[in-house]
Design a protein around this ligand. Structure first.
Ligand SMILES: *[C@@H]1O[C@H](CO)[C@@H](O)[C@H](O)[C@H]1NC(C)=O
Ligand SMILES: *[C@@H]1O[C@H](CO)[C@@H](O)[C@H](O)[C@H]1NC(C)=O
Ligand SMILES: *[C@@H]1O[C@H](CO)[C@@H](O)[C@H](O)[C@H]1NC(C)=O
Ligand SMILES: *[C@@H]1O[C@H](CO)[C@@H](O)[C@H](O)[C@H]1NC(C)=O
Ligand SMILES: *[C@@H]1O[C@H](CO)[C@@H](O)[C@H](O)[C@H]1NC(C)=O
Length: 815
């Protein structure tokens, strides 16, 4: 007893001593009585950031910089004395009364100073956990009272928590400027800055030349810039005297940075681990189409076209001769000139990056309808668009030629451009109508009209036992809907009167038919079963979810048909049906060699990442499985069936439900057992799908001998024994790249780990799949045995597989 007390006392003493030792080695403040000399460093309280002296590249000059302490050989994130290097290693950083941070050389001359005008009683300098070096009153942590902060003097790097923009009240303008060279951190000729004129946009310039424009801000992001909202929350603060952008990591443990390099490229990095190091997850400008003004006025750039530049529809090249030669600088003009007196109209152009708004005006409270009226009144108003697509309010007006437009494959916006009234013919209208799937306005109107419709329907049922409605009803709705409405006769004709021969499957809420429109386009029609109340919910959910989404790996909704009792959704037709019909079929599985499967896995991953990232409403699919992945003519995967998908607000991470819906075998343990779902439950389903695609075996229904292992358990066992390749579908052996195969199975196992937090995000999954480098160890999967709370009918299967050393066939014994 006595001994153990002594032990405890000793341990306490030891930990006390250690803490002193720790504190004495890592300090985060400098007081007026202290000096930080070249060779020593400041370390922020949790050890994330470090400040010290360094020499860039081969230079002998000394600078004071801040970098990530946790990252070996971290890039320097911020340099204090960018333009005024020290020539020797005898520099000192000091705080002097009444409140200056100064850098001195060995003759005690001040080389650099924070040059603060405010004073403090007891000034200290502290390196905060955010990476911000602040000069402040010793006991005052209020950020508003800081005398000086390094976050007001950015170098070439943006870190979460920094303000990017300007503040006319404080006179601070925060922009990034590239280093002059790898040896010289002095500002180079490239800058990246927030321009508040008109409506806030961000520009990259080389000298006086604009290279790239991002924006205008649309309430969710800068128009035309990729969505990063799965990793960061971001906002634009704006009033008469300030406008600045701020981003914060959702997961505070993520180490990231954005840098402006010397070629004028913004690269966004995340630190993954020792072996993989920094990974670039985003580069801006993305491609040629991001080149500022690339296609001239009213030109639009689409990277999939050759040449990439074209005129917006109903516009023609201003100077056809030079246009043909590839000089697009003169842009395009309306094929029918405007005639303001005769009454112009506004036509909608969808899925674009909004044009330069430097000379725009805006009104934050107007509705889109009011915008139109306002813009129509003024003959010089060339176009308008919704100002804030998050709150769906406000107007942004253009008065000059529209420049720097590009077509977006996802996350584009709508703009309404002034046109001669004769351009609004019916043909044009129809075209526009079908090109507006992503319009948020449409979704709300649609949601409202659907609600109205369901309400009327239930009311009518009471009054009219036949429940039939006239055609006029749907026509009137047509005017308000942005989602194209097909009429019942068209669909009936297209599907051969819903003939049994045209039936191709059973969806979440009813049968699915193949059809062909008169124009020859193949379609798939999902018809809501009249009896299904749950189907009705799923129908609404699907419309609301998918109408907003557009991505090449998501199935595309072409429109809907609501007439009388009939409710149908019309999709593009997928000739190769669903993935399960191929990978689990002995014969058909040969259609998909390794290369194709690798592409399919990547495509599904990208589609899922898009869902998880979509910032308007992050979407959790909740029912990802092989039968919900459709394949187009080129075997590109498209995720379908959003009947039970859930959308999430900005910061929500997890939700809980009492009604667990989904498919056993693909459900994560926390969802199946506790009803908790998050993006990580989709990641789990994705992991199961990956293992199924690689093995050609279903997770549920798989069993190996008497061990009662399902596919996950089987994969886990092979993983622990280092025999991963035995999992692979025998047919793949010839085409497979074995290291790719191993990597993919490993990633699959990381996705199905028991603990949601251990599972990677889809962004990480994509990086992992496409990169070399060592993956983290996988922990035990959730639900890896048959008895694990999930009942499956245990069918037996034999598995023939590739072996590790040579490509031979091993037969696993199975009963
Ligand atoms: C220290 O700085 C002063 C002023 O900038 C300069 O004149 C002097 O030469 C420097 N001393 C050394 C040793 O670099
Ligand atoms: C900074 O120093 C310069 C001259 O070295 C001076 O003109 C300027 O007013 C100072 N700024 C502040 C905020 O003290
Ligand atoms: C604008 O915002 C800044 C920072 O949020 C605030 O300090 C300032 O008082 C505001 N100005 C006006 C005119 O609202
Ligand atoms: C800047 O980044 C781009 C794209 O990653 C790269 O091609 C270019 O070489 C980089 N420039 C410099 C100077 O590092
Ligand atoms: C915005 O529009 C509303 C409604 O038309 C109007 O009352 C308001 O004054 C406008 N605001 C500005 C700043 O023009």
């Amino acid at each position: 007893m006595e001994k153990s007390i002594k032990d405890v006392a000793f341990l306490l003493l030891l930990s006390f001593l250690l803490s002193i030792l720790k504190n004495s080695t890592a300090i985060d403040i400098i007081t007026t009585t202290q000096i930080l000399r070249d060779g020593s460093t400041l370390v922020s309280s949790e050890g994330t950031f470090e400040l010290g002296f360094f020499s860039p590249g081969n230079s002998k000059n000394r600078y004071v910089g801040i970098w990530y302490k946790k990252v070996p050989n971290s890039a320097v994130l911020l340099v204090l004395n960018r333009e005024i290097p020290l020539r020797s290693t005898s520099g000192m950083l000091k705080v002097i009364e009444p409140g200056h941070l100064v850098l001195m050389n060995d003759t005690n001359n001040v080389v650099w100073s924070s040059n603060t005008s405010r004073i403090a009683q007891t000034p200290i300098v502290q390196l905060l956990e955010s990476g911000n070096l602040v000069l402040k009153e010793a006991n005052d942590d209020n950020a508003e009272n800081f005398l000086w902060q390094s976050f007001d003097y950015l170098s070439d790097t943006y870190l979460p928590g920094m303000d990017f923009g300007w503040n006319s009240a404080t006179g601070v303008e925060n922009s990034l400027s590239s280093w002059t060279s790898n040896e010289d951190p002095a500002p180079g000729d490239i800058i990246f800055y927030l321009d508040p004129t008109g409506y806030p946009q961000a520009f990259i310039k080389r000298g006086a030349v604009t290279i790239y424009r991002m924006g205008p801000w649309n309430g969710l992001r800068f128009s035309g810039a990729p969505d990063v909202s799965s990793t960061f929350t971001h906002t634009l603060f704006m009033n008469k005297s300030t406008a600045y952008y701020r981003e914060d990591s959702i997961d505070k443990s993520v180490i990231s940075r954005a840098t402006l390099n010397q070629s004028g490229v913004i690269q966004r990095w995340v630190w993954v681990d020792q072996t993989r190091g920094w990974v670039i997850f985003l580069t801006l400008p993305t491609d040629n189409c991001d080149t500022y003004k690339m296609c001239g006025a009213y030109g639009t750039c689409y990277i999939g076209n050759s040449p990439a530049c074209g005129c917006l529809s109903r516009f023609v090249p201003k100077d056809p001769e030079s246009w043909i030669k590839g000089d697009w600088s003169n842009g395009c003009i309306r094929r029918t000139p405007l005639n303001c007196q005769k009454g112009d109209v506004f036509l909608k152009y969808s899925n674009i990056k909004l044009p330069d708004s430097q000379y725009s005006t805006y009104n934050e409270s107007m509705t889109l309808r009011e915008c139109k009226v306002e813009c129509l009144k003024d003959c010089s108003c060339t176009a308008y668009a919704q100002l804030d697509i998050n709150r769906m309010s406000g107007c942004l007006f253009w008065f000059r030629d529209l420049i720097d437009i590009r077509a977006m494959s996802s996350d584009g916006q709508d703009i309404y451009i002034r046109m001669a009234s004769s351009e609004s013919d019916s043909k044009g209208k129809k075209k526009i109508l079908t090109a507006t799937l992503t319009s948020l306005m449409g979704v709300v109107l649609l949601g409202l009209s659907l609600m109205l419709y369901f309400w009327k329907r239930s009311k009518r049922k009471k009054n009219d036992p036949t429940g039939r409605t006239g055609g006029s009803h749907s026509e009137s709705r047509n005017k308000h809907l942005d989602l194209p409405l097909f009429d019942l006769t068209t669909i009936t004709k297209a599907t051969n009167k819903f003939s049994i021969d045209n039936k191709i499957g059973e969806g979440g809420f009813g049968p699915v038919y193949k059809g062909m429109l008169e124009e020859g386009q193949d379609i798939a029609v999902k018809r809501l079963s009249k009896t299904s109340m749950q189907g009705l919910d799923e129908f609404k959910n699907e419309v609301i979810c998918i109408a907003k989404l557009q991505h090449r790996n998501l199935v595309r909704l072409l429109g809907c048909c609501i007439q009388g009792e009939e409710m149908m959704l019309i999709y593009e037709y997928m000739p190769n049906k669903s993935l399960d019909l191929i990978i689990f079929d002995q014969t058909k599985s040969r259609l998909l060699d390794w290369h194709k499967r690798f592409q399919i896995v990547n495509g599904i991953a990208r589609g899922l990442m898009y869902l998880h990232q979509d910032s308007r409403l992050r979407i959790i699919h909740r029912d990802l499985k092989a039968s919900n992945v459709l394949l187009d003519a080129d075997m590109n995967p498209k995720i379908s069936d959003f009947g039970i998908a859930r959308s999430f607000g900005g910061n929500e991470i997890e939700d809980k439900t009492n009604r667990v819906v989904g498919t056993y075998g693909y459900m994560s343990p926390e969802y199946a057992v506790h009803g908790r779902f998050s993006v990580k439950s989709d990641v789990f389903s994705f992991g199961v799908l990956v293992l199924e695609i690689v093995s050609g075996k279903r997770n549920s229904g798989f069993s190996r001998g008497d061990e009662h292992l399902n596919l996950l358990g089987h994969a886990w066992t092979l993983y622990k024994e280092g025999r991963l390749l035995e999992l692979v579908d025998a047919y793949l052996c010839d085409s497979a790249n074995l290291s790719e195969v191993q990597r993919m199975i490993h990633v699959g196992l990381l996705c199905v780990q028991q603990r949601p937090d251990d599972r990677p995000s889809m962004t990480t999954v994509i990086a992992m799949l496409s990169n070399e480098g060592v993956l983290p160890q996988a922990n035990q999967p959730g639900f890896f045995t048959e008895g694990d709370g999930i009942v499956n009918e245990g069918t037996t299967s034999t598995n023939e597989a590739c072996s590790t050393n040579e490509i031979t066939i091993t037969k696993l014994e199975a009963r």
